[in-house]
Design a protein around this ligand. Structure first.
Ligand SMILES: NC(=O)c1ccc[n+]([C@@H]2O[C@H](COP(=O)([O-])OP(=O)(O)OC[C@H]3O[C@@H](n4cnc5c(N)ncnc54)[C@H](OP(=O)(O)O)[C@@H]3O)[C@@H](O)[C@H]2O)c1
Length: 212
């Protein structure tokens, strides 16, 4: 059984955990409090879910999902995630959480900040451009006209294959944007952000993206 470690167990963490369990994964959830605070969530998710500290969740993870506010990236455990694939769902909302100069000037991206914090991990931006609830409620099998496409971006080809496979398992087509530097194309405010789009529509939307 493959275990996904979650750093962050809010809207995104809980919805993705539900979808992952439905597709045969075990999940270990963590938040910024004592693991006991997640007892009700774990109970609802069932026997394939457990709660731990962030360090333990990272340790037990075959791969990880980091679904936290951008302002807490520097608290993500580093060593237990070394060499592992780390999915970054993090978005940048400067009006809510404050400006970050390196993102504003285009030097880096939201997932780029996480990659810089986790230099030995393989960070892939994914699930950042879909509403949390839809992650577990709006997946559809291949060929279904309702099937949506989601983008991914990262610097490691094998890590991106893992994420493309996860997208497929959860009922989404995958579009590889290229390396992490290209991930701004699905930022908040871009056409592809939270839009219901199939693969062709997503390709067109990211091709027409303009850096702000
Ligand atoms: N909501 C959406 O529809 C959506 C969709 C796509 C992407 N995103 C992005 O995904 C990220 C998560 O969004 P969300 O809506 O799930 O946020 P949320 O509901 O506010 O949940 C955030 C989670 O992160 C945890 N956390 C904060 N600091 C932490 C730390 N240092 N270590 C471990 N866990 C920590 C929080 O724990 P506590 O409760 O203990 O503070 C909470 O469980 C954000 O960057 C957001 O922009 C959101």
């Amino acid at each position: 059984m493959t275990t996904i470690g979650f750093i962050g167990a809010g809207h995104v963490g809980q919805s993705l955990a539900k979808a992952a369990i439905a597709n045969g994964y075990d999940v270990v959830l963590s938040n910024n409090q004592d693991p006991d605070s997640l007892a009700d969530v774990v109970k609802q998710l069932g026997p394939h879910a457990s709660a731990a500290t962030a360090a333990e969740a990272a340790e037990r993870a075959d791969f990880a999902v980091v679904a936290i506010p951008i302002t807490t990236i520097d608290q993500v455990p580093v060593e237990p995630l070394a060499s592992k694939v780390v999915i970054a769902t993090i978005n940048y909302f400067p009006d809510r959480l404050g400006h970050i100069a390196e993102i504003d000037d285009g030097t880096t991206t939201a997932p780029g900040l996480l990659q810089a914090h986790l230099p030995k991990s393989k960070v892939v931006r994914a699930f950042s451009m879909i509403d949390a609830a839809d992650m577990s409620e709006d997946g559809h099998p291949q060929g279904d006209p309702k099937r949506r496409a989601l983008a991914l971006a990262g610097d490691d080809p094998d890590a991106k294959k893992l994420v493309a496979n996860l997208y497929d398992q959860l009922g989404f087509d995958a579009l590889d944007l290229g390396d992490l530097d290209e991930s701004w194309r699905v930022d908040a405010g871009q056409k592809a952000f939270v839009t219901h789009q199939n693969l062709e529509e997503l390709k067109a939307n990211v091709a027409n993206a303009r850096r702000k």
